[in-house]
Design a protein around this ligand. Structure first.
Ligand code: AMP
Length: 218
């Protein structure tokens, strides 16, 4: 029997196109799980804000809805891996080469593929707003803040990401289809993939992810 103290959190990838709800689902999952959240988009935006060398380089790609080169992203992720189990990868990997690099260092328990259509992605992302202080995600249509432009959680200013403008959203979706969608078969062949209907209510999506986690990890 495994004692409660021996319990180890699983290693999970949240896979999905732009607007699939990866960030929202990660936030919910972390409410009652002690996992290490690695959201490459958040880390990269932070590097851009700080004006680091990596941030300046990454911005060129992010502004166009393209992927930041694999070597930069893999190096950035590897630097943040400790020896502990229980990673929640959000927005990583996004290419087969990134997935292979991850394979070398982490044993995954589940890849939850959150699936939504392109029209739904455009609808959601064009109304998405993010808190500039705590990163909490709002949506002017589905989940408006109590006071317009102000975070309910911390009072920070809400902003629209530069890459949430309609033209860039469509480019990001193209990038997803060309470069990230091949990961669906890659992980399905390894028996790790669970497909989740991302167009349900967020709580229903969360239920499906949790039930996939229970099935996949006992
Ligand atoms: P996200 O916040 O996950 O939507 O990511 C925003 C942008 O950051 C993407 O459109 C990419 O330009 C870049 N990005 C995030 N994660 C990765 C990754 N794993 N590989 C390459 N580029 C990434």
């Amino acid at each position: 029997m495994v004692a409660a103290s021996d319990y180890q959190e699983p290693n999970v990838v949240l896979l999905g196109g732009p607007g699939a709800g990866k960030g929202t689902q990660a936030e919910k999952l972390l409410e009652d799980r002690d996992m290490q959240h690695l959201a490459t988009g958040d880390i990269l935006r932070d590097e851009v804000d700080k004006g680091t060398e990596l941030g300046l380089e990454a911005k060129k790609y992010m502004d166009k809805g393209e992927l930041v080169p694999d070597d930069l992203v893999v190096d950035m992720v590897q630097k943040r891996l400790t020896d502990q189990k229980g990673y929640l990868f959000d927005g990583f990997p996004r290419t087969i080469d990134q997935a292979k690099a991850l394979d070398d260092v982490v044993d995954l328990d589940l890849v939850a593929y959150i699936k939504i259509s392109e029209s739904e992605a455009v609808r959601r992302l064009s109304s998405r707003r993010v808190c500039s202080d705590c990163g909490k995600i709002f949506n002017t249509i589905f989940k408006p803040p109590e006071r317009e432009g102000v975070c309910d959680e911390c009072g920070g200013d809400l902003y629209q990401r530069d890459d949430d403008k309609p033209k860039v959203i469509r480019d990001r979706f193209e990038t997803f289809l060309d470069e990230t969608a091949p990961l669906i078969d890659f992980y399905r062949e390894r028996g790790l993939l669970e497909e989740i209907d991302g167009e349900q209510e967020p709580d229903e999506v969360q239920k499906d992810i949790k039930s996939a986690l229970h099935q996949g990890t006992g």
